[in-house]
Design a protein around this ligand. Sequence first.
Ligand code: ATP
Length: 197
Amino acid sequence: MRIGIFGGTFDPPHNGHLALARCSVKELRLNRLYIVPAKISPHKLEGRPTSGRHRINMLQKMVRGKLQKKCWISRLELERAGPSYTMRTLAYFRKQHPRAELYFVMGSDGLKFFPQWKNPDKIIALSWLAVGRRDDAARLPRAIPRGRVHWLKAQMPKVSATAIREAFAAKRSLDRSFLPGSVQDYIDRHHLYANQK
Ligand code: ATP
């Protein structure tokens, strides 16, 4: 059994997340990919994310078609108190799937600060890091053993949730390649991101 765990804020979920989900399922031949939105990311403590309910609804709109059969959207971190530490999440899934190969799916921008995450050694002991290249400068910090990293082959699209939130707040039209249409409709209908600085 091969299990992927894809954590993030997903505020909002976008085509970069979709590409990473699709290529990890395909390239790693995952039996299941858990998408786990964080309640409060330990790396983004300064701002409150959009409610978990809206982010789950948007994720459900993003994950459609073939991918839907493999993806489970998990409320684990949303229902747990305090910041969402990856180590605790992985330990939970390890208990659920004691014999599975676990892959923690992430974009390459996360590598730089990975050594400062809580218990990076334990994370690496519990799972492989499956990394999608977000830019050409993707480098592995020395503290992360090469043997625990699986570089995904697909090139990731240049889109970020920050750019999307800024565009909505400034009422700028959004590049069509940034978001699935169904997520864009959801954001419009619920007036999300309209009043942000
Ligand atoms: P923000 O702009 O608010 O920091 P983000 O777009 O990076 O958000 P997150 O929810 O923080 O999105 O990311 C969750 C995970 O998805 C992280 O591992 C991140 O590296 C990865 N990711 C985000 N955008 C992309 C992308 N365009 N390509 C590949 N991976 C991505």
